[in-house]
Write a protein that binds this ligand. Structure first.
Ligand code: BTN
Length: 325
């Protein structure tokens, strides 16, 4: 009902609509209309009311309410169920609980802020209120656990394309699956799964995109390496539109993966990547190795060739690109 009232307010395009008109067209009492208007105000919608004239919508909040995301979203699977939090520990944890409770593939868990956002390699992920997209999806693919990394690569391709489509910025993928604008990171992906030896029960695909942060919003440790889409474009980027575009691209890329296999996705990943061909240093928990990044394999591993010609294969780690003097 609340969403229907919002629809009527929006359709009247900044003009007043009377409480009576709303109550007749939706078949509810005027008291109920008033209560829903109050609730919309609590959600951040600015609604003017004038005695004996009615209500008028003045502005919408920049929040990721599920009904805003659903409006104009033409996906079938991704976003079929949306769970929204103003604040949550980690959307990956909330999505895992949902997956355990049987939520279907394509379920999206989203939060305005995360208290304990997680990154790769045990790092934390800064997720300040209303500034980014902190979102996790439930996927239930019929693949072996050994091939699960393909889903992360698929996500990186979908997000890079969505960023390009929404902002016009040239987004590149840095191995393993970071999205960069120039040399700075705007997005990270953390894929977690529940699996047995040869079956994946579900995958949680956690995506964090820095959207509307200013420089001061980043802690000093990551200030030089992280950026936001709005810092790169000079404009506020509409988060709902970006999320819809991410969901649309995830759905089409996932469909392609199921129909034609991983090869087309891997090719797209390679086209978008900015690591191959570069002099890199890969740092793992054990050691670090410098050489030329020469290939990425189907399981997502990076192949680096040392100056002695010997190749090493990395399943995980951190890459820094060495500048050539
Ligand atoms: C990385 O280290 O690059 C991965 C960062 C992934 C962050 C996202 S934000 C949404 C989801 N919830 C989390 O706790 N982490 C992921």
């Amino acid at each position: 009902m609340k969403v229907k009232i919002l629809g009527l307010l929006e359709n009247s395009l900044g003009k007043f609509i009377s409480g009576e008109e709303i109550s007749i067209s939706l078949g509810v009492s005027r008291t109920a209309v008033w209560k829903h208007i109050q609730s919309l105000r609590e959600d951040g919608y600015e609604i003017e009311s004038q005695t004996r004239i009615g209500y008028r919508l003045l502005s919408l909040p920049d929040l990721l309410h599920p009904w805003e995301i659903r409006r104009g979203l033409d996906t079938r699977v991704f976003g079929s169920k949306i769970i929204y939090f103003k604040q949550v520990s980690s959307t990956n944890d909330a999505a895992r609980e949902e997956a355990e409770a049987g939520s279907p593939e394509g379920t999206v868990v989203i939060a305005e802020a995360q208290e304990k956002g997680r990154g790769r390699l045990g790092r934390s992920w800064v997720s300040s209120y209303g500034k980014g997209l902190w979102v996790s999806m439930i996927i239930r693919p019929e693949i072996s656990p050994a091939r699960a990394a393909r889903l992360t690569m698929l996500a990186a391709v979908a997000v890079a394309i969505a960023v390009q489509e929404t902002t016009g910025l040239m987004a590149g993928i840095k191995w393993p699956n970071d999205i960069l604008i120039g040399t700075r990171k705007v997005c990270g992906i953390l894929t977690e799964m529940k699996a047995e030896t040869d079956t994946v029960h579900y995958i949680i695909m956690g995506i964090g995109i820095n959207v509307n942060q200013e420089e001061k919003d980043f802690p000093s440790e990551i200030g030089g390496v992280a950026t936001s889409l709005s810092l790169c474009t000079g404009n506020i980027v509409p988060r709902v539109k970006l999320l819809q575009c991410v969901l649309r691209n995830l759905e089409s890329t996932y469909e392609e993966f199921k129909k034609s296999g991983f090869q087309p996705i891997l090719e797209r990943w390679k086209e978008l990547n900015i690591t191959l061909g570069q002099q890199v240093t890969v740092t793992t928990f054990q050691d670090s190795f410098t050489g030329t990044a020469v290939d990425v394999l189907e399981d997502g591993a990076l192949v680096v060739q040392g100056d002695d010609g010997i190749k090493r294969v990395f399943q995980s780690g951190d890459v820094s690109v060495r500048s050539r003097n």
